[in-house]
Design a protein around this ligand. Structure first.
Ligand SMILES: Nc1ncnc2c1ncn2[C@@H]1O[C@H](COP(=O)(O)OP(=O)(O)OP(=O)(O)O)[C@@H](O)[C@H]1O
Ligand SMILES: [Mg+2]
Length: 272
């Protein structure tokens, strides 16, 4: 049983629920009647082909787009988010794909960047300590918080962006393809980090095109296709099933290959 199933059977309340959320851009229906629940301490992978509506969904939840129709509930109460700062105040933080870090500033400055309404009024030392604390909580591997971002690897940058998103103590964080540009070791590091965020009790929504990453980290896999829900699967769903839901076809080169591999695996198991 996945942890999300147990979360539901324990009668816990989702942090975030979407009911019949649609978003149109003129004649383009980017999202149609999307339902989604995210519980505390679970990772929901959001998958789908290019143009499926993943980023639109994230942007809608981040307050960057307002839904054309439908409702968003946060901790059981319907909310209307009038922009990104409203989403953040509510407790929904987002790490967009471009990370929006400043190359020439150090890690501390980047973590505190753009906190227009600084409730912290911290001096440099306090900011440095807070940055270290955040990064330590994530067991992040950053040599020095005084390093400029330009000198960091892709995985370390992702780490800084995630740490920054945690600064406001959110209940949900959304990651748009956090491992897209990373090598194997750095991907593993970022996935570890996501696990730690989950262990803190946050709900995580992660967009990914990489089924291996999805399988490694997700409690549930939500498939979007052409802007609509096209199934919710456990993380151990076969590649064939997931690819079928993503592409809408059960017979294509990728699913045939997955099927061949699965059959080969079964044969090996039978021989053992
Ligand atoms: N600001 C916009 N104006 C008009 N159409 C848009 C806008 N944003 C997204 N769309 C359209 O909405 C649909 C969904 O796009 P979206 O970017 O959400 O897809 P995606 O699943 O994130 O794809 P990808 O995997 O390529 O990032 C597409 O048809 C896209 O062209
Ligand atoms: Mg996208």
């Amino acid at each position: 049983m996945s942890s999300s199933t147990s979360a539901r059977s324990e009668g816990r309340q989702p942090i975030l629920s979407l009911r019949k959320v649609s978003k149109n851009f003129g004649a383009v229906a980017a999202l149609t009647d999307i339902d989604l629940d995210v519980y505390p301490g679970e990772v929901v992978a959001l998958v789908g082909d290019n143009g499926a509506g993943k980023s639109t969904l994230i942007k809608t939840l981040a307050g960057a787009h307002s839904p054309t129709s439908g409702s968003i509930l946060f901790e059981g109460k319907e909310v209307v988010m009038e922009g990104p700062s409203a989403a953040l105040e509510l407790g929904i933080a987002t790490v967009f794909q471009d990370l929006a870090l400043c190359e020439n500033l150090d890690v501390v400055a980047n973590i505190f960047l753009g906190q227009e309404k600084s409730p912290w009024h911290m001096n440099e030392t306090e900011m440095e300590v807070t940055s270290w604390t955040l990064l330590n909580e994530l067991a992040a591997r950053i040599p020095s918080v005084r390093d400029v971002v330009a000198s960091l690897s892709g995985g370390q940058r992702q780490t800084v962006a995630i740490a920054r998103s945690l600064l406001s103590n959110p209940k949900i964080i959304m990651l748009d393809e956090p491992t897209a540009a990373l090598g194997v070791a750095q991907t593993a590091e970022v996935l570890n980090l996501v696990e730690r965020v989950k262990a803190k009790g946050l709900g995580v929504i992660m967009i990914s095109h990489n089924m291996q990453d999805v399988r490694a980290i997700a409690d549930r896999v939500v498939v979007l296709r052409l802007g609509k829900n096209n199934g919710v699967f456990p993380a151990d769903a076969s590649n064939e099933v997931l690819i079928g839901a993503i592409t809408g076809a059960t017979d294509n080169a990728v699913s045939r290959r997955a099927k061949r591999l699965a059959e080969a695996d079964n044969k090996v198991e039978e021989l053992q």
